[in-house]
Design a protein. Sequence first.
Length: 255
Amino acid sequence: MKTKRKNRTNNKNWLENFLRLIFPPDIKCIFCGRDINHFYERPFCDSCGKTLSFNIGNRCRICDEPIENEAIVCDNCQRRKHYFKHAYCPLVYKDKVRENILSYKIDNKRYLALGYALLIVKYIGEDIKNFDLITYVPMTRTRKKERSFNQAKLLAEEIGKIANLPVVECLKKNYDTKAQKELNYVERLDNIKNIFSVVDKDKIKNKNILLVDDIITTCATVDACAKELSRYAYSISACAVARNKLHKKTKINKC
């Protein structure tokens, strides 16, 4: 049994090293693979930079969702109280960004995590100094085995290296649920009720925490995590690579 586990670990490490040889993360655009010489300043080429969906312009000061009017808080954040203070998402989840993040998760392109982390840290800016530690949205063992890695954890680890902040396993997911993407807004809220729990309350007591996920859509997942963390932590903010703008049909009048 131990030999099989060791072989799986060796195979995984070999694959990671092989991918890094083909796509060195410090010289390649994370969206098209073109050689660049400014990776740590901008992990994408000039050509991709012209077509990427950056999360700029007017957006909700709480959940970071793009807002089409002049409001400072989106409709959903006005109707529903969140357990996190603020969300940071440098990109909008569509077109090339969507394809890239799906490839990161499904095609095991772990080398993209460093570029994503650079985008997030730059987007957060000086606020990064306000956090004591970083944590991430957890997976069950079964789900992690299926995917082979937790994309949020890997992203958190890269952010931690850049920001010089500790990455702590603060939460566990108690059981698997339906995929959130298959559900509407109300179903998503019900789907993740009481599925997360705190691992060690002493590690987070009175701490300012940055919670990491890959994308944020309804905020249901990060909110469920933040709810548990808020029992002991001082404050929680969330971040993700991209913000998926809600469609009107997923919104509700009150919650």
